[in-house]
Design a protein around this ligand. Structure first.
Ligand code: PMP
Length: 429
């Protein structure tokens, strides 16, 4: 059945839609932190949490909210007053930490970042953007144009002039051998140098922890140090929280808070898990920035009643069950366990990350050379034993990405760690 579907998929969908696994998986249903394929095999889902399912698969509270709303009304999200949209906007504005915040809902992270770029370039009257090397911000023409990860930028043309900044990746690149403070100082010097050779950019856009780039994080405080330089030049800071938001990093509700000394970003974008599978993206900005557009601008499906109902139910569940605290506790146990395994396997360079956003970087043993084949082999081996993982990284994807739904239990974390340990040992040793 799945084989036939694969043939039909290949015949009708674009070649550049990357499918995981030599024998691709058809997921047919899920519950909690588990999913099942069309053959009835069960998998512990260590990746779906960052893709779609922030809290848990088939959460009854969300199913109920969505089906009730579907049975009531789905209509224009913006031409008439939309109670669920106002309610979710109020909660997001308050949680964002941005003063006098306004919220605009979109249908994806791409559209959210596109909107952030529209706002920043209009507000600052500049179409130059600073972005991080190795970053990912989406697949529209403008988002691709600012994406630094070469594996995800299919065109070199761009409506924006983009300058790339060092700092998003702590463990590779020219400053990798430096300690944290020197690393930050070197990146700040690099930024100052860049600004000396260009018209004032509108904004710096950055993921506090790079997602597609392999869950790499800079030292805490990098973006606060950047912020001082940006402020001197009147450049806005856009935090792309599409992967890092809503408590995933455990210690903080937003990724920017690890760099929070200089306050919240000017613009924050979010998407992915907030709808627990329903398509919600959005932008938060101070009113003065959000309101700089001087013509109408709407998104037909951004903020529909059904997606907002899902978002409200999901956010309520997340806060009432303290899933940020759960990410901190369970993620803390998981990273400790994986680090002790990694110390015994030469092909594992490091286990990094925060909360339930962990990366395992694989290298050719005895070298610092990325090993994408090993990453694919471990992914296959883990799948064969009932664990789904993600992949990520720079020009070659040599990191395993772990991002389960935030309700992961300690027993499930142990189950996943045991499978991953076995997959690493059987593949790399
Ligand atoms: N920003 C980041 C940090 C992302 O990881 C992604 C998706 N991988 C996007 C933006 C784009 O989101 P979407 O796929 O919903 O358009």
């Amino acid at each position: 059945m799945t084989k036939d579907l694969l043939g039909r998929h290949r015949a009708v969908l674009p070649d550049w839609l990357a499918l995981y696994y030599e024998d691709p998986l058809e997921i047919t249903h899920g519950e909690g932190r588990y999913v099942w394929d069309a053959e009835g095999n069960r998998y512990l889902d260590f990746f779906g949490g960052i893709l779609t399912t922030m809290t848990a698969h088939a959460l009854p509270e969300i199913t109920k909210a969505v089906s009730e709303q579907a049975g009531r009304i789905i209509h224009s999200s913006t031409l008439y007053l939309n109670r669920p949209m106002v309610e979710l906007a109020e909660r997001v504005a308050q949680l964002s930490g941005i003063p006098d915040a306004r919220v605009f809902f979109t249908t994806s992270g791409t559209e959210a970042n596109d909107t952030a770029l529209l706002l920043a370039t209009t507000y600052r009257r500049s179409n130059t953007i600073l972005a991080m090397r190795n970053s990912y911000h989406g697949r529209s023409f403008s988002a691709v144009g600012i994406t630094g990860n070469r594996g995800w930028s299919p065109t070199s043309l761009s409506p924006l002039q983009t300058l790339y900044v060092h700092g998003g990746v702590r463990t590779r690149g020219p400053y990798a051998s430096l300690g944290d403070d020197d690393f930050i100082a070197a990146c700040v010097d690099d930024l100052r140098d860049l600004l000396g050779h260009t018209r004032p950019p509108a904004a710096l856009i950055a993921e506090p922890i790079q997602g597609v780039g392999g869950f790499t994080s800079p030292p805490d405080g990098l973006y606060a140090a950047f912020r001082e330089v940006l402020d001197e030049h009147g450049i806005l800071w856009i935090a792309d929280e599409v992967q890092t938001g809503w408590g995933r990093t455990g210690d903080h509700f937003w990724g920017w808070q690890a760099h929070g000394q200089s306050g919240p970003p000017d613009i924050l974008t979010f998407a992915k898990g907030i709808g627990n599978g329903m398509s919600i993206g959005g932008v938060v900005a101070r009113a003065e920035i959000m309101n700089c557009l001087d013509s109408n601008s709407i998104s037909t499906f951004g903020g529909t009643q059904i997606t907002m109902a899902a978002g409200l139910a999901n956010l309520t569940y997340l806060l009432e069950h303290d899933l940020q605290g759960n990410a901190r506790r369970v993620g803390g146990l998981l990273i400790e366990r994986l680090r002790s395994v990694a110390a015994q396997i030469p092909g594992v360079r490091e286990v990094r990350g925060r909360g339930l956003m962990l990366g395992v970087e694989l290298v050719k043993p005895g070298t610092d050379e990325a090993d994408p084949q090993a990453a694919s082999a471990v992914l296959e081996a883990a799948r064969a034993e009932g664990l789904l993982l993600g992949k990520g990284g720079g020009h070659n994807t040599s990191a395993l990405r772990i991002a389960p739904p935030l309700s992961l239990t300690v027993a499930e974390a142990e189950e996943g760690a045991a499978i991953l340990e076995h997959a690493l040992r059987s593949t790399l040793q």
